[in-house]
Design a protein. Structure first.
Lengths: 541, 307, 326
């Protein structure tokens, strides 16, 4: 008990020091426009530092308490200047960035060029164990700050230079024309001095520059965020605050929404989709998000790395009745995939409807024929490996297997192979232990076609879980990155995507939508292309 | 008595060390947890190595265990992967689970013993048969089915209760989860009390008391019940540890942020520190509860003397 | 004759795993209510063994007959599921997902469009296999270790008892989550192995108590005086008289192991496809409880009846073996 008392005392002290909400208060005002809503949440996996958060739940909070140089438009996903006054470059390699005037952190400290440079140096430094360090990998000096092995020989990135209170320059190791558009990602957020001066206290109660501030945070249970009245941006919160409540099971969260104990659920479980219309009427949203589910293959396994295996992969792809699965299991909250990107990119951004062609259509007879031509399934059967601890993976993997079995007329051709924990699943991937196709999901970091291709299919890229490698693809991606003309760059990326298609490097399954349901207290609920609710625009009555 | 307690406490030491070592090894079998920390991508090797070093995973298991135990004696239960101190997690989780366990035990005592007495006194009557059958059914249906059904019917369909528990987890919200958690044990308590009552009813001292013309109520409460409760107390005492550790399923269904929830999270994330820490405390609770139960024997049954 | 199934001490010892932790040999006797052995048999015209006595009792006990019939039926369909089904449990048609009962498919379809009736019938095999094999393993390991501890006493007893306590102290479901979360095999063996690993102390304690009681009988002392070897004493004289309580607890435990398998599957660490088990089906149907309750209720019902049958059988056997109730 002593520990609790102590902790809450510390929280109080913080609150007083920041001259924000009083201690012990909690709860929102009643009746006025300052009403607080409650929303479902999951316990963030890593400490809530911007360069340490790589999953949606932590991302939700960062999205509320931070604003970076760029922000992705909640509707179109387009990268727009937020704190950036201008980002200039003449060669796509050296960038001069000017930070807007008048921005402060919620503790009153000014947001300066130094705030960004310090944050990025912190994120890149090997010493700090930041999970997102590789985002700074293009910046010059990264290999000294974050060597692949051994001790780091520098503490700061040599490519970052503060040139004035509000200006700094970035030098990259290579041309990267769309670099400015990546700056909306959380890892690039600025950090206040408080973060460095008293790190423990900051992590307990983060301070940022976004429209909300953290009022209290009970680890593993609840975080209360309140509107920051003096927020300088024009996307001020239109509600009094958000109470994020941790749910272990999204079914329970949905049940709580129905019972009136929760205002907003941003992940309606597959099992409840059938009831949503009935339960919520029009208090339900289902919009495309930048997520694609694919099946990756272990190309390090000789059985899957042959010319014949390509036909087997194509055959398997044609044996999957995507339409029926998305209709039945997901109640149309997912759309059968016909390329390897996402519709949220838009045609201009590089999305190509139907690129996959007939290989993504359900043709059981041809599937059977192709697999036979390719020498049959390696060992006579395939197992689809997935992690069973989150999401509704079990349902769709079973359905995919049943679809393959029915197409091949062999009820033991495909079996689902659940792995108990995500960590173990990742371990098996990292240790190259896969023997057949496995679940690969990709949620974009930023809405660029580059983000759907390079991390997943470039030789030895961080998320190239199947270790696919193709020189032609790599060359096209390199060319595209160096291209300063956006349209030409996208065209090159699309050519690279065709290489992926011709080899069926991964079987595209479906584009995932974001879905949300809410109580009748709320209005103007939207999901951004990352399937995160746009909290600050929600109105509470 | 004093010597007995000391002997028991001394015997706890090897059991405690053994149990923690066992759970430590088990968690270790789960493998490398680092890969799960980097999302859908491979951790870069340098960061992974740093993380392993930070969490002490680069050392051999026996060394990890010794370090862990050493820290434990200074009150340091380590840090979870998301930077939270395990003691901090315990401070929020244990009060919730203790409340839940208290409610469950209350149900066991009130409902279980009452039903047991009623059926024990009316052996063979319809009420006895009915309750017996009911207890069998309760024992046979897995807790998660009961829990889900109750949640759907009472929480959603009829709206009598909150279908889940808020993060403060006050007593009134824990009533249904407590009942679900207690259900199986409750059935056992009923049967145990029934047997015990039925057995003792035929004993000489009860016959004497009845012959003396004592009121029936007094006979039942003072003579019969007191003597029949010994095995029941043992059972309930030993049940404490199991209720606390076994609440994983119940806590998951009703979204209770207690020990079971933290353990489940810890296991999914292969978070050694959380899992070992919580289990260590549970083992302690179990050992102490057992000791207390054995001491209670002496209080309830004067025939037993510890030396 | 003894009445209904009752007296749950054995069931209690079975689940609570608690009780007299260590009161030393003498107290253990007074506390662990162990059936007293053959000398408890009533005076009769011709000598009858405990077993023939028990069998006479059981044959007349309706509870025993009913539960035994249910179990025989379960064993039968585990061996020959095709005798009462024509379909395959792995044949699923998504277009029929969640549909209710219809001709030829009396239990309807689950979320994947698999026939619930066929899957329920085939699920019996796994559940019975897990129950029976795990119980066998637990009974063998537990009674050997328990008997050794009880027979030799002294230091070996202390050591074995402490080891028993160690395994006892680990919460079962928790241990299952930890150990089974990383198992990749899709057979029933990991689940059985896990149950044996954490289940044996329960039997071990019972066996230890029973052996201690039996050890002090006059005929054992006599055999010892005649120079019988330890192994002969243990196997010929003590074991036959100490095995009854073990059987009773094991039968009841069998039911709880079947339920445990389902719980582990619900938590996502139990059996894996293409195994067909009630646990898997219950767990995958539980999110759909609102739309397709039938897919949840049939396997749950089958599971409950099976567990019930074994517990009732254990109850009846205990009644028959416990002379105090005659």
């Amino acid at each position: 008990m002593r520990i609790t008392t102590h902790a809450s005392w510390a929280v109080c002290a913080m609150a007083l020091a920041l001259a924000t909400a009083g201690c012990g208060g909690g709860g929102g005002g009643s009746g006025d426009s300052e009403a607080v809503l409650s929303a479902s949440w999951g316990d963030p996996q890593n400490p809530l530092e911007p360069s340490n958060t790589n999953e949606v739940q932590g991302g939700k909070v960062l999205d509320m308490i931070f604003r970076g140089l760029k922000r992705y438009d909640p509707e179109t996903g387009e990268a727009q200047d937020m704190l950036a006054e201008k980002i200039e470059t003449s060669d796509s390699q050296n960038f001069a960035i000017t930070v807007k005037d008048g921005w402060t952190f919620s503790n009153g400290e000014k947001v300066t060029a130094q705030s960004f440079v310090d944050a990025w140096n912190y994120g890149a430094s090997l010493r700090n164990n930041q999970r997102n360090a590789y985002f700074f990998g293009y910046i010059e000096g990264y290999d000294q700050v974050h060597p692949e092995e051994g001790e780091q020989t520098a503490d700061t990135l040599s490519g970052l230079k503060v040139t004035g209170e509000r200006t700094f320059t970035v030098k990259l190791t290579q041309k990267f024309s769309t670099f400015p558009d990546t700056l909306g990602y959380n890892a690039f957020a600025p950090l206040p001095r408080a973060f460095f001066d008293d790190h423990d206290a900051w992590v307990k109660k983060p301070v940022g520059n976004g429209p909300y501030l953290v009022e209290s945070y009970t680890r593993g249970s609840q975080m209360s965020l309140r509107k920051w009245d003096d927020y300088p941006g024009d996307d001020k919160a239109e509600n009094g605050g958000v109470d994020l409540k941790v749910y272990t099971d999204n079914n329970t969260a949905y049940t709580d929404l129905l019972a009136g104990n929760l205002d907003l659920v941003d992940d309606v479980p597959a099992a409840q989709l059938k009831n949503v219309k009935n339960d919520l009427g029009d208090r339900y949203l289902n919009t495309p998000a930048g997520i694609i589910q694919t099946l990756a293959f272990p190309f390090y396994d000789p059985a899957w790395n042959t010319e014949g295996a390509k036909k087997v992969r194509q055959g398997l792809s044609m044996a999957i009745d995507r339409k029926q699965i998305t209709d039945t299991i997901f109640q149309e909250t997912r759309t059968p995939a016909t390329d390897w990107t996402s519709p949220v990119l838009g045609e201009d951004g590089g999305f190509q409807d139907g690129l996959c062609g007939e290989f993504c259509e359900f043709k059981p007879d041809e599937a059977k024929k192709l697999i036979e031509e390719g020498g049959g399934l390696p060992g006579g059967k395939v197992t689809i490996t997935f992690n069973a601890d989150t999401g509704s993976h079990r349902e769709w993997v079973n359905a995919v297997c049943n679809s393959i079995n029915n197409a091949l007329d062999n009820e033991r051709a495909c079996t689902a192979n659940p792995v108990g924990t995500f960590a173990d699943f990742r371990n098996q991937i990292t240790d190259r232990k896969m023997t057949g196709p496995f679940r690969a999901g990709w949620q974009m970091d930023y809405p660029l076609i580059q983000n759907f291709l390079q991390p997943l299919y470039y030789t030895n890229a961080s998320s190239n879980d199947g270790k696919w490698s193709n020189k032609q693809f790599d060359d096209l991606v390199n060319q595209a990155n160096q291209e300063t003309d956006t349209a030409k760059a996208i065209d090159l990326f699309q050519q690279a995507e065709e290489v992926v298609r011709d080899n069926m490097a991964a079987i595209p399954l479906w584009y995932q939508n974001g879905s949300a349901g809410w109580s009748d207290r709320l209005s103007n609920v939207k999901l951004n292309p990352f399937s995160v609710p746009v909290y600050n625009e929600i109105k509470v009555s | 008595m004093g010597r007995y307690v000391v002997r028991r406490l001394l015997q706890m030491i090897p059991v405690f060390i053994g149990a923690t070592l066992l759970i430590f090894l088990m968690v270790n079998v789960m493998g490398d947890p680092i890969a799960g920390l980097c999302g859908e991508r491979q951790c870069d090797p340098a960061t992974a190595a740093r993380l392993e070093q930070e969490f002490g995973l680069d050392k051999p298991v026996w060394q990890q265990y010794l370090t862990y135990m050493g820290n434990l004696f200074t009150g340091d239960f380590g840090t979870a992967f998301n930077g939270q101190e395990v003691t901090e997690l315990m401070a929020t989780a244990f009060p919730v689970t203790i409340r839940l366990t208290l409610i469950a035990i209350l149900f066991e005592i009130v409902i279980g013993v009452t039903l047991g007495v009623v059926t024990g006194l009316r052996r063979g009557r319809p009420v006895d048969t009915g309750v017996l059958l009911l207890t069998l059914v309760v024992i046979s249906v897995p807790t998660f089915v009961t829990g889900l059904l109750f949640q759907l019917l009472l929480g959603v369909k009829w709206g009598w209760i909150r279908p889940s528990v808020s993060s403060e987890a006050p007593f009134d919200e824990l009533i249904l989860p407590g009942l679900v958690l207690a259900s199986v044990s409750l059935a056992y308590v009923t049967r145990l009390t029934r047997t015990s009552i039925a057995e003792n009813r035929r004993s000489d001292y009860v016959r004497t008391a009845v012959a003396k013309g004592l009121p029936r109520r007094r006979v039942v409460v003072r003579h019969l019940l007191r003597n029949s409760l010994i095995p029941v107390v043992t059972f309930i005492g030993a049940d404490i540890g199991f209720l606390m550790g076994g609440a994983i399923v119940t806590e998951r269904i009703f979204n209770i942020h207690g020990v079971g929830y933290q353990l489940y999270q810890g296991i999914l994330r292969q978070n050694t520190q959380t899992v070992v820490g919580f289990v260590t405390v549970l083992v302690l609770v179990f050992l102490v509860a057992n000791l207390v139960v054995d001491l209670l024997y002496a209080v309830l049954d004067p025939r037993i003397r510890y030396v | 004759m003894s009445d209904r199934p009752d007296e749950p001490e054995a069931a209690v010892a079975g689940t609570s795993m608690g009780g007299a932790m260590d009161l030393g040999v003498d107290e253990a006797e007074t506390l662990e209510k162990v059936p007293a052995g053959p000398d408890g048999a009533g005076p009769e015209d011709r000598p009858r063994s405990l077993w023939s006595d028990a069998w006479r009792d059981l044959r007349r006990n309706p509870v025993f007959i009913v539960s035994a019939l249910v179990i025989l039926f379960l064993v039968f369909i585990s061996l020959w599921p095709s005798a009462i089904t024509s379909g395959s449990p792995l044949k699923c048609d998504l277009s029929k997902a969640q549909e209710g009962s219809q001709p030829g498919h009396p239990f309807g379809f689950d979320g994947q469009g698999c026939d619930v009736y066929t899957r329920t019938v085939y699920g019996a095999r796994t559940s019975v296999a897990v129950g029976v094999l795990a119980t066998l393993g637990v009974a063998v390991l537990g009674s050997v270790l328990g008997a050794l501890a009880g027979f030799f006493g002294g230091l070996s007893d202390s050591i074995l008892s402490r080891i028993t306590d160690v395994f006892f102290a680990i919460p079962v479901v928790l241990g299952g989550l930890v150990l089974l979360s990383v198992i990749t095999s899709n057979t029933v063996w990991p689940v059985i192995g896990f149950i044996v690993l954490l289940g044996w102390p329960q039997i071990s304690r019972i066996a230890r108590g029973a052996v201690i009681t039996a050890k002090q009988n006059d005929y054992v002392q006599a055999a010892r005086a005649l120079g019988a070897s330890n192994s002969r004493l243990l196997l010929r004289h003590i074991a036959p008289n100490a095995v009854a309580p073990v059987i009773v607890v094991a039968t009841i435990a069998l039911g709880t192991y079947i339920a445990l398998e389902a719980t582990l599957s619900y938590l996502g660490v139990g059996l894996k496809p293409p195994s067909v088990s009630w646990g898997i089906d219950i767990s995958s149907a539980s999110p759909y409880i609102r739309n397709a309750p039938h897919a949840l209720l049939w396997p749950s019902g089958a599971l409950a009846i099976t567990v019930l049958a074994f517990i009732m059988l254990g109850d009846a056997v205990r009644d028959a073996l416990d002379p105090k109730l005659r």
